[in-house]
Design a protein around this ligand. Structure first.
Ligand SMILES: [Zn+2]
Ligand SMILES: [Zn+2]
Length: 140
């Protein structure tokens, strides 16, 4: 699998000019499906891209989100998390270690809401919070 080609295609499909920095940020998100924060992305990429600034990372993520290439999550009250997986899925955040994991919904169509026929819904964020397996075991 050549992630670079896929990343470039995704950016082009979303109408984003694939500059080196944008490609690097998108690539990081695809390769690290841990829902990273702006700070983490900057810290990880800065050593290989010394011209990168935190503002660039932030602005790039904002652009990528606006163009539909990535999703942002507000599951973490302190930091926005970013996700390159734009398929329909929910998230689980561990209240102890803070990690955010993907939750695969069995049948998203089964979530019934009252105004589904009146509204055109373009976005849905479902969050679960609790303790991950590791933290749960440590508590016992
Ligand atoms: Zn945990
Ligand atoms: Zn996710």
């Amino acid at each position: 699998m050549n992630t670079n080609i896929e990343v470039k295609d995704r950016l082009l499909e979303c109408g984003v000019k694939p500059s080196l920095q944008r490609m690097a940020i998108m690539n990081f998100l695809v390769k690290n499906p841990i829902h990273p924060t702006v700070d983490l992305i900057f810290t990880e990429l800065y050593p290989s891209i010394p011209t990168l600034s935190k503002t660039t990372v932030y602005n790039t993520l904002k652009l990528l989100e606006e163009q539909g290439a990535i999703h942002s999550l507000n599951i973490d009250e302190k930091n926005v998390r970013y996700d390159a997986d734009i398929s329909n899925h929910a998230h689980f955040k561990c209240k102890k270690c803070g990690q955010v994991q993907d939750v695969r919904l069995k049948d998203t169509d089964s979530i019934q809401i009252a105004n589904a026929d009146k509204w055109l819904i373009t976005e849905c964020q479902i969050y679960y919070k609790g303790y991950c397996e590791k933290c749960r075991n440590e508590m016992n």
